[in-house]
Design a protein around this ligand. Structure first.
Ligand code: ADP
Ligand code: ADP
Ligand code: ZN
Ligand code: ZN
Length: 776
């Protein structure tokens, strides 16, 4: 029975996704971790059930009219949850790449800094005090009038507009002009105006070239477009527009990203000369604090900003103390190298989540449950302790903290453990343990227990020797200053270092410098598609073969159904109500749009007649509903399909359904699907594989499976480079390149490079002690 004093969140009969009628009790006011192999159902329980139910109740309470819509979208499949507080989720979602938000806006620190400048800044003699809005480039009061707060001005030059001056206008000298009719129109107008369109550009007089490219005049002339047309065309009135005007207008007005990108190629952007790129009006920039203007302070690494604000005058004490106390947890979480003006789209998902986490410490919320998704992602082991401290503080403020985690140090630091499993998909979905961490040791069935309690050292493996080097650099970018790195070929290399030390920057350079030299395969965690139209089967290409199998059945031949009939992406065989998506999108006021099953096909995606064709008693929709594991049996004697399925099994994705939409896959799953489709191709010659934190989202048991695959690639003669924080992976590498020693300006150097055992002894390396521990 539930009473208001019952200290537990009690879940009864949870059946979301693969959950098998889960009953679980989790105390409130604890740090609870959810563990289990990938696909076991951790997220379905923590996010899909507990968080989703809290959300649903919240929306019902604030917006009763939303009830009908929530009903359509579907409440989580759960019998009952009692004792559930309101929930806040900090998931690792990237912000839209166009968003103007920055570290300063996400943390709200920008507002406080503006307040400080407004109230306690040093103003020039006689200047009026400014409102805090006047220090924001995003308000009319603060934006630089020259660049409208963009910080950049765009220019065109003759070199950009006319890359090849040996050409005549007729031959296309003005590369910036549009193609097709519009380009011909402009040329005909110039011709009509008496310009020589057949002489090489460079031979035209300077003032004519200047006029053609840059004039603001827009003369209207009567064009007789007869000269080079086979058929006679009628005269018309044409308006001239200079190349600059055309490019600027396209750049600022077009809705087409392609046209905009094309226009951008003819523009050079430079910092605005009026504000020097700071985006602020001169009056605001004239105000200083501790000797610097607000733009200069916003460009400092946060750790240094905090130092600058220390010991400044009495008047500002309260404001600076507040700022410093809010910067402290950000720095503690290893993000002290970020500056306030850093745009959020340039942050990694892990950095963004930790930034939000640090900000929550000051929200003053209590009595809520925070649900987090692997907050250790992207975090160096040296910073894990700090993460635990921050989670602990959220808890002691009177909240519950529920995290899905794989990092064993975080798991060990929890008060309560919910282990889901034992395996993935239909072989998982049960709670194996809910209680104190230490008690998991007795649960034989748990995949987590083996890693948490077994302390036997990693098996010794022969270190491979390289078959050459790839030399990169000197790289000067972000915090790297003239760094050269040597990547040994034909071995497994791990790149390590604290967050912000420069790992991604260095790795990014390989992509730049290797192109053209060898085959580079970069396997990232970006989604394999952004709509439910792409899925595992379409991405790997195995669906093409499956459709051929269906088209080859007697029934399909009798009905004259070709392979196209079995596609849900083209008209013919698909359900037209949902156009083969299986879902229709529902727009909810104030909420991101969500999908609900198609009322006609009920999610099957196909026209009923298409579904009458079966292969071994299953129709095409039922085949898409098979898990990889089941499909491997079903298609065992169709080699082209079986090969794809085997590689998917090999990377541990047996639990995914063939038709599972791309939108339902995690970053780690997407990465492993990409890896599998690489593995299924037969490769001749050497390939360079590059992976940025491939263990994100993976249970140690999944990591083992993945590492077998990656080491297999190396054994086959390829090169693998991973950016990694998981020390068991680093310990198993042939070569380690450690960056640092710190983040941002305190990093950006190669601190140590060599076999793991050697790097584990490097004095200056912050990775060394953790690597030494993993080496046992
Ligand atoms: P974990 O968090 O442990 O990796 P999930 O809870 O994400 O596991 O997934 C558990 C199972 O539910 C998996 O078999 C997965 O394929 C399936 N699943 C996940 N999301 C969905 C969804 N939106 N629709 C249907 N099945 C899903
Ligand atoms: P790591 O991968 O080791 O976490 P990064 O290579 O991402 O480190 O970052 C190294 C440094 O470069 C940090 O100071 C970071 O703030 C900076 N940096 C990274 N990306 C950008 C960017 N797009 N714009 C500005 N600075 C960046
Ligand atoms: Zn400006
Ligand atoms: Zn439909």
């Amino acid at each position: 029975m539930h009473s208001p004093h019952d200290p537990y969140v009690r879940v009864r009969g949870a059946r979301e996704h693969n959950l098998q009628g889960v009953d679980v009790d989790i105390p409130r006011d604890v740090l609870a971790v959810f563990t289990g192999v990938s696909g076991s159902g951790k997220s379905s329980l923590a996010f899909g059930t507990i968080y989703a139910e809290a959300q649903r109740r919240y929306f019902e309470s604030v917006a009763p009219y939303a009830r009908r819509l929530i009903h359509q979208v579907g409440a989580p499949k759960v019998g009952e949850i009692t004792g559930l507080p309101p929930a806040v989720s900090l998931q690792q979602r990237r912000s839209a790449p166009t968003s103007r938000s920055s570290v300063g806006t996400v943390t709200n620190l920008s507002n406080s800094l503006r307040m400080l400048f407004s109230r306690a800044g040093d103003y020039p003699q006689g200047a009026a005090r400014l409102d805090s809005d006047a220090f924001s480039p995003n308000t009319a009061a603060g934006a630089c009038p020259e660049c409208h707060g963009l910080g950049q001005v765009h220019r065109t030059t003759e070199e950009l507009l006319v890359p090849d001056p040996a050409l005549s206008i007729r031959e296309g000298a003005i590369a910036a002009w549009p193609g097709a009719w519009q380009g011909k129109n402009l040329r005909d107008i110039l011709d009509t105006l008496g310009h020589d369109v057949d002489r090489p550009w460079r031979e035209l007089p300077a003032e004519k070239r200047e006029w053609i490219l840059f004039t603001d005049e827009q003369p209207v002339v009567t064009v007789h477009p007869v000269r080079d047309a086979e058929r006679i065309q009628r005269p018309y009135q044409g308006t001239y527009m200079s190349a600059r005007r055309y490019v600027m207008k396209t750049f600022s007005d077009t809705k087409s990203p392609t046209l905009r990108a094309k226009a951008e190629r003819f523009l050079s952007s430079a910092p605005c000369p009026a504000c020097g790129g700071s985006r602020l009006r001169p009056e605001a920039l004239a105000v200083t604090f501790a000797g610097r203007n607000i733009a200069e302070l916003a460009a400092l690494p946060l750790a240094e900003l905090a130092r600058t604000l220390r010991g400044t005058g009495e008047a500002a004490r309260v404001l600076t103390a507040d700022l410093r106390s809010r910067i402290a947890p950000v720095a503690e979480l290893g993000l002290g190298y970020l500056s306030l003006d850093r745009a959020t789209p340039t942050l990694s998902a892990g950095e963004l989540q930790r930034l939000r986490l640090a900000t929550q410490l000051r929200s003053g919320l209590f009595g809520v449950v925070y649900v987090l998704d692997e907050p250790s992602a992207g975090l160096h082991p040296a910073d894990t302790e700090a993460l635990l401290t921050v989670l602990e503080r959220l808890k002691s403020a009177g909240n519950s903290v529920f995290v899905v985690e794989h990092h064993l140090d975080v798991v060990r630091g929890a008060d309560w453990l919910v282990d889901v499993g034992p395996r993935a998909g239909e072989h998982g979905g049960r709670v194996l343990h809910s209680g104190p961490v230490a008690e998991l040791e007795r649960v034989a069935e748990s995949a987590t227990a083996r890693f948490l309690f077994d302390r036997s050292p990693a098996p010794v493996r022969d270190v491979r020797s390289p078959g050459g080097q790839l030399k990169i650099g000197p790289v000067t970018r972000h915090n790297l200053r003239g760094v050269t790195a040597e990547f040994p070929l034909g071995v497994f290399t791990a790149v390590t270092g604290v967050s912000g030390s420069g790992k991604s920057t260095l790795i990014g350079e390989i992509t730049e410098e290797l192109s053209g030299v060898g085959r580079l395969v970069s396997v990232d965690q970006k989604p394999i598609g952004r709509t439910p139209r792409s899925n595992l089967a379409t991405y790997t290409g195995l669906f093409d073969v499956v459709r051929k199998v269906f088209a080859a059945t007697e029934e399909a031949k009798r009905r004259d159904y070709g392979v196209g009939r079995f596609s849900f992406n083209v008209a013919g065989g698909r359900c037209e109500t949902c156009q083969g998506e299986g879902f229709v999108s529902v727009e909810l006021l104030f909420l991101p749009s969500t999908y609900t099953p198609c009322p006609d096909c009920g999610g099957a995606r196909y026209h009923p007649e298409t579904l009458e064709v079966t292969y071994r008693e299953r129709n095409i929709a039922q085949v898409l509903d098979l898990t990889v594991e089941a499909a491997a049996d079903f298609f065992a004697d169709t080699p082209a399909v079986a090969r794809s399925l085997t590689t998917l099994l090999d990377v541990g994705l047996g639990y995914l359904r063939l038709g599972q939409p791309a939108t339902e896959l995690s970053g780690g799953e997407a990465q492993r699907i990409k890896l599998a489709s690489e593995l299924q191709r037969v490769r001749r010659g050497h390939t360079f594989y590059l992976l940025d934190e491939p263990t994100t989202g993976l249970h140690p048991a999944d990591v083992e499976v993945l590492m077998r695959q990656l080491h297999g690639l190396v054994d086959a003669g390829h090169t693998v480079v991973v950016v990694e924080h998981d020390m068991t992976v680093v310990a198993g590498a042939d070569w380690v390149i450690d960056l640092g020693p710190g983040g941002g300006d305190a990093g950006g150097r190669i601190v140590a490079a060599g076999p793991p055992a050697e790097v584990a002894g490097a004095a200056e390396s912050r990775t060394a002690p953790y690597l030494a521990r993993a080496l046992g």
